[in-house]
Write a protein that binds this ligand. Structure first.
Ligand code: 13P
Length: 248
């Protein structure tokens, strides 16, 4: 039985004060949670304060990105050791916005995923096709390449989480239908089984892209959808807690 995850990716939103207030409400709202895992990914500037605010709760802290070296002359970058130092247990890797605006490739995603695992951070590896790629019928080719690329030379999946986020569904209100999402999740699962055998059965595959409290129930009902990576709806406590309240 895979334990569900609802992760909030706050992207480039929220001051420290706003982040702490949101984290406190999420902490209170999840106090009695019996199943699953809740994760929040504030901007780097708020990680320390949100980590403090979440102490004593089961809400896990994630970063939205990291560099693939422990330290050195890499101006502007943040190392996985620094993320561990502020209490992160997860790190989002290869989000489509990083691939698009910061030219991250399957190779850099792979370097980061390997480094995260070696440091004891759990990577949430993002994959997903654009609308143009879907229309051309190459969704599986693209997602397959991204998954294989991200996981190259990684031989254990214990701490790996995959997030399928179709680019056309991110921030557009155009959520994938449960069937569209499940088709790709099932494809990813079969690909992981092909590469890794039976350990692939335990890997959590999250869906992301315009998830709200009104559409999560039918998504999470799908066989291979193990949770959600939530952007916009995670910025308001009622929206985020509403999603969590629909989890099994
Ligand atoms: P939205 O939920 O705003 O569509 O964003 C999804 C996302 O990119 C999460 O990483």
């Amino acid at each position: 039985m895979r334990k569900w995850i609802v992760a909030g990716n706050w992207k480039m939103h929220n001051t420290i004060a706003e982040s702490v207030a949101l984290a406190r409400t999420v902490k209170e709202g999840t106090a009695g949670l019996k199943s699953g895992e809740v994760v929040v990914a504030p901007p780097f500037t708020a990680l320390t304060s949100v980590g403090e605010a979440l102490k004593g709760s089961s809400v896990a802290l994630a970063a939205q990105n990291m560099y693939c070296e422990d330290k050195g002359a890499y101006t502007g970058e943040v190392s996985p050791l620094m993320l561990k130092d502020v209490g992160c247990t997860y790190v989002i890797i290869g989000h489509s916005e990083r691939r698009k605006y910061f030219i991250e490739s399957d190779e850099t995603v792979n370097l980061k995923a390997k480094k995260a695992l070696a440091t004891g951070l759990k990577p949430i590896v993002c994959v997903g096709e654009t609308d143009g790629e879907r229309n051309k019928g190459v969704t599986e080719a693209v997602v397959g390449r991204q998954v294989r690329g991200a996981l190259a030379d990684i031989d254990k999946l214990d701490n790996v989480v995959i997030a399928y986020e179709p680019v056309w569904a991110i921030g557009t209100g155009m959520v994938a239908t449960p069937a569209q999402a499940e088709d790709v999740h099932d494809f990813i699962r079969r690909l992981l089984v092909e590469i890794y055998g039976c350990m692939a059965a335990d890997v959590r595959i999250l869906y992301g892209g315009s998830v709200t409290k009104d559409n999560i129930a039918e998504l999470i009902a799908m066989e291979d959808i193990d949770g959600a990576l939530v952007g916009g709806a995670s910025l308001k406590a009622d929206g985020f807690l509403g999603i969590i309240s629909k989890m099994p």
